[in-house]
Design a protein around this ligand. Structure first.
Ligand SMILES: NC(=O)c1ccc[n+]([C@@H]2O[C@H](COP(=O)([O-])OP(=O)(O)OC[C@H]3O[C@@H](n4cnc5c(N)ncnc54)[C@H](O)[C@@H]3O)[C@@H](O)[C@H]2O)c1
Length: 271
């Protein structure tokens, strides 16, 4: 099938719209996944805060081009992160596109912007999510609105992004990967968070299906489930400046050991 978007650049150098090409501050080596290299493109949803922001920072430190999406209401935080990451990856290597993943049209427009700008996606981190803290907490027989709200973001948001980006990624010449953010709760099913647990169990199932389909039909694209444990972020009610409980990880501790060894920050414990 002809590629409607043209070939993707093979590990494209930081050039084009970039005003400078900084050396990556995390160095890729032989153990680094071939996709996680300077010049490749990383797309991150739910990037304005927490785990998504930490992952975006790590990708920028590798010299990757990074496209950041989060709900339009978080545009100020997203723009501030974009500025910060431009200081790491270079101006022209960061794209800020406020996008609500529950709105298919916004997701399609986000994809179009990424492909028009960089013509490829190396890593798709499908990460946006909401928790079942406070009002969204409840049993399986009450709070139907909360069920709709949680599944709409955590499951249909992930599906919208997958359905929109993956068909374009299949036509690239370079290998690419989809990483869906699940949760330990989608596996261990702790009581009190029925809707959240169900949404994350569904993301696990969805990702396993995608991985199998890709392995069979398009092996140059792979799918992976990212399974964070308890991380000190807004999703669990963490407030800015609030001290991290001893049992929780920081977003950086969650993200970096999940990536290849070259991502490990020397000062972070690998627990
Ligand atoms: N923090 C934890 O303990 C933990 C554990 C396991 C899994 N996770 C998962 O990690 C992912 C990131 O969460 P986090 O802990 O960084 O929380 P967070 O609240 O700091 O970040 C989530 C981000 O997703 C964004 N978002 C929410 N709805 C969106 C939508 N409709 N469209 C676009 N963006 C949207 C939020 O605005 C926020 O910036 C989530 O999928 C979450 O379920 C978190």
């Amino acid at each position: 099938m002809p590629n409607p978007r043209g070939p993707s650049p093979a590990r494209a150098a930081l050039s084009g719209t970039a005003s400078f090409s900084p050396a990556p501050s995390i160095h890729a080596n032989d153990e680094t996944h071939p996709i996680l290299h300077a010049g490749r493109v990383a797309v991150v949803t739910g990037a304005a805060a927490g785990i998504g922001a930490a992952a975006a920072r790590a990708f920028a430190e590798l010299g990757m081009k990074v496209a950041l999406a989060d709900v339009p209401a978080r545009e100020p935080q997203l723009a501030a992160l974009g500025k910060e990451l431009e200081g790491i990856a270079g101006e022209g290597n960061i794209l800020v596109v406020p996008t609500d993943v529950t709105d298919l049209k916004q997701v399609q427009s986000f994809r179009d912007k990424v492909y028009e700008t960089w013509h490829e996606v190396g890593v798709l981190l499908n990460n946006a999510g909401i928790g079942s803290f406070d009002a969204r907490r409840g049993t399986s027989w009450e709070n139907l609105d909360a069920w709709h709200g949680i599944l709409n973001v955590n499951l249909f948001g992930v599906i919208n992004v997958q359905q929109t980006f993956v068909p374009s990624m299949l036509h690239q010449e370079n290998p690419a990967m989809v990483i869906n953010t699940g949760s330990k709760q989608g596996i261990t099913n702790p009581p009190g968070h029925a809707a959240y647990n169900a949404s994350k169990a569904a993301v696990k199932s969805l990702t396993e299906s995608l991985a199998h389909e890709l392995r069979t039909n398009h092996p140059s694209v792979t799918a992976h489930l990212f399974v964070p444990g308890w991380t000190h972020t807004g999703i669990g009610g963490a407030k800015p400046g609030q001290e991290k409980p001893a049992g929780a990880w920081t977003s950086e501790e969650t993200v970096r050991p999940s990536l290849p060894p070259s991502f490990h920050h020397p000062s972070l414990p690998l627990t």
